[in-house]
Ligand binder design. Structure first.
Ligand code: ATP
Ligand code: MG
Length: 313
């Protein structure tokens, strides 16, 4: 498992790193002033600035490689859409519960209505939804430690791969415009449930050595789920994370990923940023923790790209 530096051991600040997004989108001379200005602009934008999808978009955030930015991408994309007027739900399907924590869901004790009870069919999805304290448009189905047993418990159950899809189908289509499903770093039954429940896969890829390692296995699994369980499934979006503009390696990886996935890769790249890694420690997304930071702006840009891309559904 890749263990990312947290905090950044290089000791360099946000302003030193990750210039690709900056160069691509900004002409400002003073990054800090520009950042504040951009944050003000975005946060004061009236609701409805982004195009709403024709129908609900459900994206499974998957990569069996650990620590590549799945959870960070799920919660920050969701928060970025929410701040721009779009009602968004994050389903935490990882027993680690990191998405729930980042979204400010305080009560994650065993027994709290969560994705576990939903998968087991004990409660409807609606009954497990909690509002994030940071936004009236951001919601979460939390994960508790109970979910750790679900992989085993599901094995003997009827329609074990379809449980999340069935639960989501009961949710009114007008309830949410976007649903992000945060997966654990494995290709077990939890991830399969997520792949069966969504038409779109969002793959975060860390700009590091061996970035594409395991991706062909992930693609094989996606293909198997598509062939046997969910014919609508496709990889709609790839996002490059933890990009460090100081290194040649980051550019090499970015180019390699763009060659492999073509225009599925968002133009916006998420920089490696200490602020991004600090935010969950305060039970916040980067959008709430520091809306003027590079990390927040890049997720805001990425969410705009996602919303403006044609809805493949
Ligand atoms: P897992 O496979 O364990 O679920 P993951 O793929 O969900 O991991 P994250 O938890 O999102 O990955 O990120 C791994 C670590 O990297 C976390 O400590 C997170 O705070 C940090 N991190 C994620 N994105 C960035 C970034 N852009 N800059 C700096 N640190 C980051
Ligand atoms: Mg995670």
């Amino acid at each position: 498992m890749t263990v990312p530096s947290n905090p950044d051991p290089s000791g360099k600040s946000d302003a030193d790193v990750s210039r690709e997004t900056w160069k691509a989108t900004d002409n400002y001379e003073t990054p800090i002033g520009a950042a504040a200005e951009r944050a003000m602009q975005v946060l004061h934008t009236v609701a409805g600035q982004l195009p709403r999808p024709r129908s609900r978009r459900v994206l499974t955030v998957a990569n069996q490689k650990g620590g590549v930015g799945k959870t960070t991408t799920a919660v920050n994309m969701a928060a970025a859409l929410a701040v721009q007027g779009i009602k968004t739900l994050v389903i935490d399907l990882d027993p680690q519960g990191n998405a729930s924590t980042a979204l400010g869901i305080a009560d994650r004790r065993s027994g709290t209505p969560s994705s576990y009870e939903v998968l087991l069919g004990e409660i409807p999805l609606q009954a497990a939804i909690q509002q994030s304290p940071h936004s009236t448009r951001l919601f979460c189905v939390p994960a508790t430690i109970d979910l750790a047993g679900a992989e085993i418990e599901l094995v003997s159950m009827v329609a074990r791969e379809n449980r999340l899809r069935t639960a989501l189908a009961a949710l009114d289509d007008s309830d949410f415009d976007y649903v992000f499903i945060d997966c654990p770093p494995s290709l077990g039954l939890l991830t399969i449930n997520a792949l069966v429940a969504a038409p779109e896969v969002l793959i975060p890829i860390q700009c590091e050595y061996y970035a594409l390692e395991g991706v062909s296995q992930l693609m094989n699994n996606i293909e198997m789920v598509r062939a046997h369980l969910n014919p609508r499934l496709s990889v709609s979006t790839v996002i490059l994370t933890m990009y460090d503009g100081r290194t040649k390696l980051a550019d090499q990886v970015a180019n390699e990923v763009r060659r492999y996935f073509g225009d599925k890769v968002l133009g916006t790249v998420i920089p490696r940023s200490v602020k991004v890694s600090e935010a969950p420690g305060y039970s916040m997304t980067i959008i709430d923790y520091d809306p003027g930071s590079r990390g927040a702006m890049s997720y805001l840009d990425a969410s705009k790209e996602l919303a403006q891309r044609a809805n493949p559904a």
